[in-house]
Design a protein around this ligand. Structure first.
Ligand SMILES: Nc1nc2c(ncn2[C@@H]2O[C@H](COP(=O)(O)OP(=O)(O)OP(=O)(O)O)[C@@H](O)[C@H]2O)c(=O)[nH]1
Ligand SMILES: [Mg+2]
Length: 210
């Protein structure tokens, strides 16, 4: 690829069979529009790591991508409709979002380092931190800001709720992505490979963990 992205061989950095048991699970990627969620998925689900970049539906959610490391499989879920203001969400959509956040193994909550943390972020944060699911906070686009602006932003991000870890990254340049992926893999429970490495199924509904 010639888009300037720093492509890492994540397969070398995530826990492998030699270093521990297999970790797997479902991670919901949430954040207000334009924070860089799709860019992060593309960066993490790189050709060196994952053979599949499927678009099947789970019961309620789209699979944004599957990261296949040697010692882990991370199924990244999109939550459609989550970005809309609360009063535009139907009760059923809001219930579906909250149910998903409660049943996934991990929430990846993305913020934009270059934009003030605002009402849109707090709207997402309210649902994220009420879910009772471990949260990794990702402050993306650090390539756009200097330290003087980044440090107060990280401080403010850290006070949004009770998170497990916080990572400043650039999904565009790849900075910070290796430690992020290592933490994602480590925070997922021990479990099987839910989806074959080289297959996209049309019928994944039954596989979404109960
Ligand atoms: N400079 C910089 N730009 C980024 C980074 N990550 C994403 N972008 C840019 O931010 C814009 C939005 O990125 P997306 O990945 O589409 O954001 P998103 O969160 O998926 O947006 P929605 O799907 O609308 O919610 C695009 O122009 C990206 O190129 C980053 O780390 N640094
Ligand atoms: Mg997107």
């Amino acid at each position: 690829m010639s888009d300037g992205r720093d492509t890492h061989d994540f397969a070398d950095t995530v826990p492998g069979p030699e270093t521990g048991p297999f970790h797997s699970g479902f991670a919901a990627l949430v954040g207000r529009p334009n924070t860089g969620k799709s860019t992060l998925v593309n960066a993490l689900v790189g050709e060196k790591v994952s053979i599949t970049s499927p678009k099947p539906q789970t019961t309620r959610n789209r699979i944004a991508g599957i990261i296949n490391g040697p010692g882990c499989q991370v199924v990244l879920l999109d939550l459609p409709g989550f970005q809309k203001p609360r009063d535009l969400l139907t009760g059923r959509m809001q219930e579906a979002v909250e149910a998903t956040l409660a049943e996934v193994d991990l929430i990846l909550f993305m913020l934009d380092a270059s934009k003030a943390i605002g009402a849109g972020d707090r709207f997402v944060a309210d649902s994220v931190f009420a879910a009772g699911t471990p949260v990794i906070v990702i402050v993306n686009k650090i390539d756009l800001v200097g330290r003087g602006r980044l440090l107060p932003q990280l401080d403010e991000a850290s006070r949004l709720g009770d998170f497990r870890e916080l990572f400043p990254v650039s999904a565009l340049t790849g900075e910070g992505l290796e430690p992020l992926l290592t933490a994602i893999a480590a925070d997922l429970p021990e479990g099987p490979r839910y989806y074959p490495e080289d297959m996209v199924t049309d019928q994944p509904e039954a596989m979404l963990v109960a």
